[in-house]
Design a protein around this ligand. Sequence first.
Ligand SMILES: *Cc1c(COP(=O)(O)O)cnc(C)c1O
Length: 411
Amino acid sequence: MKSSTTNLLEGVPTLDRPLTTPPPIPASGRERAAELLESGLVFRYGETGASELDAALLEDEFATLLGRKYCIATNSCGAAMAVALRASGVQVGDGVLMNAFTLAPVPGAVAHVGAHPVLVDVDRDYRIDLASLEREATRSGASVLLLSYMRGHIPNMVEAMRVCDRLGLRVIEDCAHTMGADWAGAATGTFGHAACFSTQTYKHVNSGEGGLVVTDDDDTAAQAILLSGSYMLHEQHGRRPPIEAIERHRQGTPNWSMRMTALTAALIRSQLPLLPERRAKWRVSYHLIAAALSDTPGLRLPHRPAAEGFAPSSIQFSLDDIDAASMQRWLDQCAAHGLHVKWFGRDVPLGFTSRFDHWSDASPSDAAQTAAVLEGLCDIRLPLDLSATDCATISTIVDAVTRKILAEGTR
Ligand SMILES: *Cc1c(COP(=O)(O)O)cnc(C)c1O
């Protein structure tokens, strides 16, 4: 039975485009991919000296871009995180501190190394809560933090690193949503012992799948190369630690076969130079929508300090005054106008939403502050080709639907 709420609202436009359009692969990437396909050389390694091949070049370029010593390419960010955790010393049975608001591959990586998540709350602005971090670190004794910049929200990194240093925590950054972003001019991915990036289609660079680990530590880099599945062809890596470091770990480090293909590397290389331009475009869309929604009653946008150089491939806001039953009507009404919004308060995960009580054996009371934040949290993807008119349409729909649902009365 269709409810009356799905009727169109008068005078409110309809969005006539999907928000899932990926950016195309630039011509240079398509040309290089065609060469690789023609030659058949799609594996990252050659039998002899393939250090000039794409994955090695990408590792060198990405390490240079971030100013880090080493970069190891993998087949996904989830794989990169598992590699980084193990190579940073996480053992079977350990607890790993991590944001309670993140995506399922983050706890998945923790599970991969036989460890278990120790949930840390997020604050009302969707960033890790440093008081909760301190409590959970002290309570659990865990010594590694997998710090997720979920949906691109970056905490005050000066304060965060001060707390981590004081607690003796080793930090691994999950930069799946912050490639090209920074805190006060320092790029995300340069703060932790190691950092992981994603090049999955809906992140900042589109290669279908792909991951990158960066670190400055010789032993971590050596283990990451071996874990990624280097078949002892580490000489062919674009950035590799001294051979003695490899020698220290070649015995006893498993081969997880998580390599990146040359084809993937070629697609990524063609897009790295576009990161600043993409970030600028995304920020224009974000600010257009955020400004238009700043007066919408009952709708709260996160506070984002000037130091947060975010690169927003999506926008989030909270509808704290709308209860769960009314949220369904809110979502249906937006959908009727062509706008499909993700809602993290849903009981069952749908699409790319996920909640800690879906992917772990935790219950909502284990991270009560995060559970409350997720209740009203809405998420809209911002494709790179969004026009100013599309942004206006999105904000007009969200504003009108929110006013209507509030006027109908909730709670
Ligand atoms: C997408 C995502 C990942 C994992 O990336 P994959 O490359 O898909 O494995 C990790 N963390 C966050 C926050 C993500 O959104």
